[in-house]
Structure formats: C-alpha cells, structure tokens
Design a binder for this molecule. Structure first.
Ligand code: ADP
Length: 299
C-alpha cells in the first residue's frame, strides 16, 4: 500500500504540488492522471523519497521509502526511463543492480525475458536504445527485486501500440497477484483501460479521486423537453441520476432509450435527445487542461 498525506511541494512562490492525499491499495492499479505540469512526477518523487516535501509525508508499505532497507526488494520504481548510464549495456545495468540488491545473476535473465528485450538488444549500450527499449529496460530494473509495489511514471511513453498493450497486461497481472501499482499518465483512454482507481490532479491539486468505474460512468445522455422539471422528477423516480447542465439541458445516467420510455410514461414531449459525447470525467479533464493552459489531453 502507498499512502500520501497532505503532500505539498513549493518552488519559491509556486506550489508544484498542493496538499495531495491519496492511497494506492494492494491488488489494484491506481492511476495518477493529469495534464503535463500537473504535479504528477513531483508527487511520485516525493513518494519515492527523491524530492523532500515542503509539507506532508508519504509511506510505502507503512514506512518512508528512504528508511526502507534494500528498497528495490519490495518496491520497483521507474520514474525516468532516460536516466540510464549511456555507456553501459542493458544487461550490465541490470547485473550491477542485481549485485547491489544481493540477487542471483539469473534474475537478470528472468527480467529480460519478462520485458521482452532480446539477448542482442541487452548487449547494446543504452545510448543506442529507442525510448520504447529504455522503458522496457527501466521496467526490467523495477521488477528485478521481485517487488510487491510498482511506481511507474508515464510508463507507456515511447511504446508502440503492441508495447502499450503488453505494458497494460503486465501491470494488470502484477495487481492480480496482489501487488500495488501506482502509475501516472496524461492519457485518459490509457488510464481507463488499465486502472481500478484514479487520482486526478491539475495545477498541483487533486480534482477528483475514486474508482475508475465511478468516475468514468458520469451522465451519458443529454435531453431537453417541454417540461424539464416533470421529466427530471420522473427520471429520478425511475432510479436514474439527473442534473441540469450549464447549457440548460438535463444530463442523466439513463440511456437514450430509457429516457424515451420514461418521458412517454410521464407524458412529457421531448425536444432533444442525444448521447453525450464526453463523460463527466472527460469534461473535468478538458476544463482542467483549458484552465491551466496545457496541451490537450489526447484521447
Ligand atoms: P507532471 O509530472 O504532472 O507533468 P511535474 O511534477 O513535473 O508535473 O511539474 C509540476 C510543476 O512543478 C510544473 O509547473 C513544473 O514546472 C514545476 N517543477 C517541477 N520540478 C521543479 C523544479 N525542480 N524546480 C522548479 N519547478 C519545478
């Protein structure tokens, strides 16, 4: 389990991370989602004990990672796949860490196999690696000590579609075996596919958190009618969530067909009925991105 409590990091007047609290549970993949510059990396660095918080604290498996003896045996970390010694081969990089962690040399072969780096690739110096190969090597490094917690910053960066699918399965398997996974991304669709829980961050602050299912469900249908008050009441009676949107229509969790049936039974004439193009989470995301002037979130 990973716990962050009131983590805050200021650089001068600028709060890169502002009062961020969350937990990542065993057996679940927790996604840390936000536009570029939102504070994801800074938070992960604080969780890993690499950046000292201005306030708050974080624990991994019940203690600060800095005070965990031989941390690579319990926690696998991949924060920056490019931060590898350019003059060493992939195999040398892993062998050195294996020795430092007190692991047998055969573990290097095992993790190379897991991440799909071939023998020839593992003998190349990392300066010649593509970003995708660096991600695989970084992940091999994170898995080396057979940890129960994985902390991965933008692990899908630089991977091709097959690589992204592979990464997704690896992370899901890890959690299915009881491991705790915290991973970050600025790609909503990617997180939707892999995460059980989401922590959404923008401008250094948490904007929403909860299970991915709950957050992504959101109102799915937009409707206008001759009597929105009566329709809203009928939809609520039928057990559907309803809210009024900024544009004056109703947003509801009911499908378009369900709305049609409820409206018919209530005797309310519909003037507009359509499936929403974005979920509440997507809208939140686009709003955040616009507010902080960052690049658009790729779907
Ligand atoms: P993300 O990982 O979500 O893209 P970061 O955590 O890298 O976001 O950055 C959050 C904010 O903190 C950004 O505005 C960034 O410019 C700022 N920041 C990060 N590290 C430093 C630093 N060492 N010094 C000053 N500002 C920093």
């Amino acid at each position: 389990m990973i716990t962050a409590q009131h983590l805050t990091k200021r650089y001068g007047d600028h709060a890169a991370v502002d009062d961020v609290s969350f937990t990542a549970q065993p057996g679940r993949v927790t996604g840390f989602l936000g536009p570029n510059g939102a504070g994801k990396s800074t938070t992960m660095r604080m969780v890993c004990g690499l950046t000292v918080p201005t306030a708050g604290h974080a624990t991994v498996l019940g203690r600060p990672l800095r005070s965990t003896p031989n941390p690579g045996r319990t926690v696998g970390v991949l924060l920056d796949a490019s931060a590898q010694h350019a003059g060493r081969t992939g195999r040398e990089t892993l062998a050195l860490s294996a020795r430092l962690m007190g692991l047998p040399p055969r573990r290097v072969e095992e993790v190379l196999e897991i991440v799909g780096l071939t023998a020839a690739e593992s003998r190349k110096r990392t300066r010649g690696y593509s970003l995708g190969m660096r991600q695989r090597l970084g992940l091999a490094h994170a898995l080396l000590g057979d940890p129960t917690v994985l902390i991965l910053d933008e692990p899908a960066n630089g991977l091709d579609p097959a690589g992204i699918r592979w990464m997704r399965e690896l992370v899901r398997d890890f959690a299915a075996q009881g491991g705790t996974v915290l991973l970050s991304s600025h790609l909503l669709r990617e997180m939707e596919a892999v995460c059980d829980d989401l922590v959404i961050i923008g401008g250094g602050r948490i904007l929403a958190q909860g299970s991915a299912g709950e957050l992504l469900r959101g109102p799915s249908t937009r409707v206008r009618s001759a009597d929105d008050g009566a329709l809203a009441a009928a939809l609520t009676r039928a057990g559907h969530g309803v809210e009024r949107t900024d544009e004056g229509s109703l947003a509801t969790t009911a499908s378009t067909e369900q709305v049609g049936r409820v409206a018919l039974a209530a005797g309310v004439a519909l003037t507009e009925l359509r499936a929403a193009t974005t979920t509440g989470l997507e809208q939140l995301f686009f709003d955040t991105t616009a507010r902080h002037g960052r690049e658009e979130i790729a779907a």
